[in-house]
Design a protein around this ligand. Structure first.
Ligand code: PLP
Length: 653
């Protein structure tokens, strides 16, 4: 596989080599407990003190305190607990304390979740109020001025993790001038990217995470303004002068210290050079140009002049974030669909929703982010790969621009548990569309336009609409479609070569069991709906009465087992079931060349495979092993026992 280009710096970063060395040295040589009074402990303590002094200088902590901890989530808990305990004490003393917990509507989930958690746990019953943001992602300062007199605690961020939008901290400070509120600023995404001079502000708490800036995971810092209320989250051995008990994560702190040393003006170790804002803007502009060239219609979801140059958040009409992520991943460019914590959940971004962006943009956003150690050569290679991604989409007809490729056979498109089937006939350039889903209309139009197909007919299994007035069969080039009642007023359509027995049946929402007695035994049933809404999109099956339960034994192979199976069976076929644009975006495969038969086109290939007298092994693979497992499982359920897949996909091989 290609060398990866990692453009997900807002999720986490690689560890700086100097930080890796410092962490290793701390474990191997300075392994003492900094609380021990012997020489080994003293050496460890010196390391701790040096890292802290550096951090204080860099962040302008002044008389404030910087404590090391496990990361920003812990820092946020500690700040929230401290602020809420102070509010409780003020209330008890009859002092003005405010009743509102105000947080930016685009905060990282750690903030509102912690506020709700500690508010409930402490029984304070304060009201949580999201502070709206404008279309540019900046806080609504007029709203903040209205809330400020009643606010007990205000939480905002220095820069947003999804969009890079930089907050107007001076404006927020001015709005809070006469407020009793304590103020936390989540500085996670600002470290190393924005100048910070904390003690010169009225910020009470500022959490940081090391791994967002080339330090190891599991180490962070919390700044606490001199005189700001403080309640320890953890009590115990009294480390960090009693503010954060527990033996310090010395390897992490050493690593973080090395990053801070590299950040300090004048002393970059290893030539690690943090880029200036202007240099990063040039990189951002080059990446943005490459994206605009590759992805027609792209919209950027945050204004460049108000955002960190290291974050590009964008949406592309007609392309889902899942499709774009799979595409970039195939080109070995790692990007994400928003914050890493919510990456596994396919939900619209709460950040983009709060900015009032249209639903398609907040549901289909992609975030490309990098750190301030970005290299010129990496930007150049990223731009080349972005161009390759654009070409791959174009070839696959996903951009609607004419392409020479002419798909033939079946294509299954899925949306929300329902399936639309396209029957392409390359010779005649005509296409039948069966059960078109409204959500797929744009995609259908784009594909037909790009591949130069004419929509010959669109049929519904639900009510039979679209069928020509007479006859029960319909020619589509060399293919023939027949209609058949499938019960309760519904229809199914049988497809096969003209003059031969049908091979596929498009059954819509009909229950396959109910059709068993009506259809030929080995016809392939193409579903119009999934049996369960939470199930992955269904593939072909045969009428249930005609199958024995499939054995999946030995189906899952690791990379070594795939290699040996291919050696033993020269006729074995390696099948890439990713989408054609993913296949095209992959520069090269380490092993033998694979044929591209996307899962969405598997149905069309099945008759030929199943009719083989000699069944050569079929080894399916995809990005992570999910689609390939479904393809191999489908083949096995149809009686093709020699179907296998690469477990874990190419991501692990
Ligand atoms: N705040 C912001 C803005 C973040 O981006 C993150 C991580 O994504 C966090 C807080 C939480 O940081 P961690 O998971 O390192 O504790």
């Amino acid at each position: 596989m290609d060398n990866e280009i990692y453009l997900d710096g807002n999720a986490t970063t690689a560890v700086l080599p100097a930080a890796l060395r410092a962490a290793t040295e701390a474990m191997a040589e300075r392994y003492g407990n900094p609380s021990s009074t012997h020489a080994t402990g003293v050496k460890a303590k010196a390391l701790l003190d040096t890292a802290r002094e550096r951090a204080c200088r860099l962040l302008g902590a002044g008389p404030g305190r910087l404590m090391f901890n496990s990361g920003a989530t812990e820092g946020i808990q500690t700040a929230v607990l401290s602020a809420l305990c102070a509010v409780r004490a003020r209330r008890t003393a009859g002092e003005p304390a405010g009743t509102l917990l105000v947080y930016g509507a685009t905060e990282h989930k750690a903030v509102p979740e912690s506020l709700a958690h500690w508010n409930a746990l402490l029984g304070l019953d304060l009201e949580l109020v999201p502070l709206p943001v404008g279309h540019d992602g900046r806080h609504d300062l007029a709203a903040l001025r209205r809330l400020a007199p009643h606010a007990a605690f205000v939480c905002t961020m220095a820069a947003n993790n999804e969009t890079g939008v930089i907050s107007d901290l001076a404006g927020i400070a001015a709005a809070l001038a006469d407020s009793p509120a304590l103020w936390m600023v989540d500085c996670v995404q600002a470290l190393g990217k924005l100048p910070l001079d904390l003690a010169a502000t009225r910020i009470d708490y500022a959490p940081f995470s090391g791994h967002k800036l080339y330090a190891p995971k599991g180490v962070g810092m919390l700044y606490v303004r001199a005189g700001a209320p403080f309640t320890p989250l953890m009590k115990g051995g009294g480390q960090e002068t009693g503010w954060r008990s527990g033996t310090e994560n010395m390897a992490g702190i050493a690593g973080f210290g090395a990053v801070l040393a590299a950040l300090e003006p004048g002393s970059p170790p290893d030539g690690a050079t943090f880029r200036s804002h202007a240099e990063l803007c040039v990189f951002r502009d080059r990446l943005a140009d490459a994206l605009c060239q590759a992805l027609p219609g792209i919209v950027f979801n945050a204004p460049f002049d108000k955002a960190l140059p290291t974050t590009l958040n964008f949406s592309v009409p007609g392309l889902s974030s899942k499709e774009l992520l799979d595409l970039f991943d195939a080109a070995a460019v790692r990007v994400s669909a928003g914050s890493a914590c919510s990456a596994a959940k396919a939900q619209p971004s709460h950040v983009l929703e709060a900015m009032g962006l249209p639903e398609w943009r907040s549901s289909n956003a992609v975030r490309l982010s990098f750190g301030p150690l970005m290299e010129e050569a990496t930007v150049q290679e990223a731009c080349a790969r972005i161009a390759r991604c654009g070409d791959a989409l174009r070839q696959a007809g996903m951009l609607g621009e004419p392409t020479a490729a002419r798909p033939d056979g079946l294509l299954q498109l899925s949306a929300g548990g329902s399936h639309t089937w396209l029957v392409f006939d390359a010779a005649s350039g005509s296409c039948a569309v069966i059960d078109p889903q409204p959500a797929l209309e744009d995609r259908i139009g784009t594909l037909l336009r790009a591949h130069g197909y004419r929509e010959a007919v669109r049929l519904s299994t639900h009510d039979g609409t679209g069928w020509p007035a007479t006859g029960d069969s319909l020619g589509l080039g060399a293919q023939c479609l027949r209609r058949m009642a499938s019960g309760t007023g519904r229809l199914c359509y049988l497809l096969g070569p003209d003059g031969e027995a049908p091979r596929h049946a498009f059954i819509g929402a009909a229950d396959p069991a109910g059709l068993a007695h009506l259809l030929p035994a080995n016809i392939l049933l193409c579903p119009g709906r999934d049996a369960r809404p939470d199930a992955p999109p269904a593939l072909c099956s045969v009428p249930p009465a005609n199958t024995a339960p499939a054995s999946l034994a030995g189906m899952h192979l690791d990379a070594a087992a795939v290699a040996s199976l291919l050696r033993e069976h020269p006729a074995a076929l390696l099948v890439d079931v990713r989408e054609p644009y993913e296949h095209a975006a992959t520069a090269r495969f380490a092993g033998p060349r694979a044929v591209s038969i996307p899962l969405s086109r598997l149905a069309g290939e099945l008759p030929a495979w199943l009719a083989r007298a000699e069944r050569a092994p079929l080894v399916f693979f995809c990005r992570s092993g999910n689609r390939s497992a479904r393809a191999a499982g489908c083949l096995r359920s149809l009686g093709y026992a020699e179907a296998y897949h690469l477990q874990g996909g190419i991501a692990l091989s």
